[in-house]
Design a protein around this ligand. Structure first.
Ligand code: AMP
Length: 282
């Protein structure tokens, strides 16, 4: 596995691979790799000639009062995990090279960036879209691998790729979970022992909502109320949102209740956890 830090070198490597007719699969991450990231890398490995993984804690997607400086960083361990998963290139650019002093450009995808996580994290998806577009121009991949856990991120990036005619495919990979159901996340390491135990309520709430829908419940307000009440009474968690939306457009559900995204965000202390499930009718 090669570790590349320079943008120029990364581009040169990618252009050479493409000139040889090889395909490049790309997994962008912020590091602190866990089984969720590794599942993306493994799928990428199966489907491409080359696997590029990036590790870049992107300051532009954190607001001033968020956790940029304390976000977990473990480059040595990440290198060994990425190598074990048969990554060809680990791209680790510096903040200074990604955003030099005279840097100006921002990618804004309105409306879909402003709902759900965008409400409590204004500017977050601008930061995400901006860095992903930069990384796409640097790594020049054929396929981009993204996790369903960050479903809104996938929606925003898909919109950008379509709008800007980027010749790239997106693969959305399923969410990897701990044995109790909690979605794996680098931010789980912030949780106290008690919060960690309580955090399983996110997945339980999603399953409870799914059950209500499968049993024929169609009153979304009622389902949101029941779920929020359960979280608030059983745990120390503070609900940011629970929503039932069309899984493809993230618009309010129409009457047919076909492809449904149930999505949730809950604060435990300062730590904000997200999760979602998608119900697709055949
Ligand atoms: P992050 O390092 O948190 O920016 O995540 C990098 C990529 O890994 C994103 O596409 C995430 O959606 C994906 N990812 C994060 N957690 C999981 C998980 N538990 N299962 C599958 N993919 C995940």
């Amino acid at each position: 596995m090669r570790v590349i830090r320079s943008i120029k070198l990364m581009q040169k490597w990618a252009l050479h691979a493409l000139s040889q007719g090889q395909t490049i699969g790309f997994v962008p991450t912020m590091g602190a790799l866990h089984e969720g990231h590794l599942s993306l890398i493994k799928q990428c490995r199966r489907e491409n000639d080359f696997v590029v993984v990036s590790i870049f804690v992107n300051p532009k997607q954190f607001s001033i009062n968020e956790d940029f400086s304390r976000y977990p960083r473990q480059e040595r361990k990440d290198q060994s995990l990425a190598k074990k998963a048969q990554t060809d290139v680990l791209f680790c650019p510096s903040v200074e090279e990604m955003y030099p002093r005279d840097y100006l450009t921002v990618i804004n995808i309105p409306r879909i960036s402003e709902q759900l996580c965008g409400k409590s994290r204004p500017g977050h998806f601008q930061g995400v879209a901006t860095v992903v577009l930069k990384l796409i121009h640097i790594v020049i991949p054929d396929i981009l691998y993204l996790g369903q856990k960050d479903a809104q991120q996938v929606l925003v990036i898909r919109q950008m790729i379509n709008d800007l005619n980027c010749p790239i495919k997106i693969k959305q990979c399923k969410t990897m979970r701990a044995s109790d159901g909690l979605a794996l996340s680098s931010r789980n390491s912030y949780l106290t022992e008690t919060q960690r135990k309580e955090a399983v309520i996110l997945f339980q709430s999603l399953n409870q909502s799914k059950k209500m829908i499968l049993e024929g419940e169609r009153d979304i307000k009622k389902m949101i109320h029941i779920t929020s009440e359960a979280i608030q009474t059983k745990t120390s968690g503070r609900v940011d949102y629970i929503e039932f939306l069309d899984a493809d457009t993230f618009k309010p559900l129409t009457n047919n209740f076909k492809n449904i995204l149930i999505t949730i965000a809950v604060y435990f202390g300062k730590t904000r956890l997200i999760d979602n499930i998608i119900l697709r009718s055949r």
